[in-house]
Design a protein around this ligand. Structure first.
Ligand code: NAP
Length: 283
């Protein structure tokens, strides 16, 4: 079967921004193919049958190339096209560089960066042959500024920004657009159920205990009281509808606040303000 609707491949849609993108784009008439680690969650209660004719859900492990390739192959067989890829799945590792476990830091990159790479490379050969396509990577304002306890999340999102910038130039000759969206803090499941907290910083004898006691509750509160994820879905629609959309789009209050400060202040003054804001001080 071929589709006259544009086919969107989206990762990580069972909650948060991905869920909002999925339902908003379906509402706009796009056909959604969602790669999720929790297909049963998406297929049953959440969708309630409402979007059955516009959304297909594929159970995928983003850490396994075969699993990604299989789902992408099934989508080609079903619709004969993939017009748009939105790499959204991701989670946050909370750990210090000194205390992180080897497996934790590798897993952070395996999902946030290499998951995105596996999906994108599976789709590229056909997009390249058709000489059209749009790839949107959801990074973060933390792909441009650092925060303590989030070094590996930061590093994974800086890497997403780096890959996005290179890929845009690599794919320009083939007519494929590549964008990044940098959300600020948004109220989703991110801080409620998708943060992974390293055991080291939670232990009473961690040298970072007082830093994490001061910083973590503030950051968690800022995320949980953050902007409405529907804003991100609207930003995605704008990119899709405007071939001249900016290559990198910050969304939400914290993104514009931090990125403006970062651009306008010296490194020293920027860091002084961040330390003051989060109460980071000598032990
Ligand atoms: N919330 C924020 O403040 C914020 C700020 C900047 C950037 N971001 C980024 O925005 C994207 C969406 O996050 P969100 O805020 O909407 O959070 P969310 O509600 O936690 O949703 C993230 C989705 O990613 C998938 N996911 C989470 N952990 C995963 C894992 N270990 N392995 C595979 N898939 C996983 C899940 O989808 P499935 O269960 O369907 O697979 C989940 O629904 C992420 O890339 C995040 O880093 C978030």
């Amino acid at each position: 079967m071929t589709s006259d609707k544009k086919v969107v491949l989206l990762t990580g849609a069972s909650t948060g921004m991905g869920f909002e993108m999925m339902t908003r784009l379906a509402e706009e008439g796009y056909r959604l193919c969602v790669l999720s680690r929790s297909p049963e969650l998406l297929c049953s209660d959440l969708l309630g049958g409402r979007w059955q004719d516009r959304i297909d859900v594929f159970g995928v492990d983003l850490k396994e190339r075969k699993s990604v390739d299989k789902a992408v192959g099934e989508i080609w067989e079903l619709y004969g096209r993939i017009d748009i890829v939105i790499n959204n799945a991701g989670y946050g590792l909370v750990a210090t560089l000194e205390e992180v476990e080897e497996a934790e830091m590798l897993e952070q990159f395996d999902i946030n960066l290499f998951g995105l790479v596996r999906v994108t490379r599976a789709v590229l050969p056909a997009m390249r042959r058709r000489r059209s396509g749009v790839i949107i990577n959801i990074s973060s304002f933390l792909g441009r500024v650092g925060l303590p306890l989030l070094s590996f999340y930061n590093a994974s999102k800086y890497a997403v920004e780096g890959i996005t910038d290179s890929l845009r130039l690599e794919l320009a000759p083939f007519g494929i657009r590549v964008h990044s969206v940098m959300p600020g803090f948004f109220s989703t499941q991110f801080a409620r159920s998708n943060l992974q907290i390293n055991a080291g910083i939670e232990s009473e004898d961690s040298p970072y205990r007082s830093l994490s006691r001061r910083l973590a509750p503030k950051v968690l509160r800022q995320i949980n009281e953050g902007d409405d994820p529907r804003l991100v879905a609207e930003a995605i629609l704008k990119i899709l509808k405007d071939p001249d959309a900016p290559v990198r789009i910050p969304v939400g209050e914290m993104a514009s606040r931090f990125l403006t400060m970062r651009r306008e202040l010296s490194d020293k003054e920027y860091e002084r303000r961040v330390m003051e804001f989060y109460g980071i001080e000598p032990e």
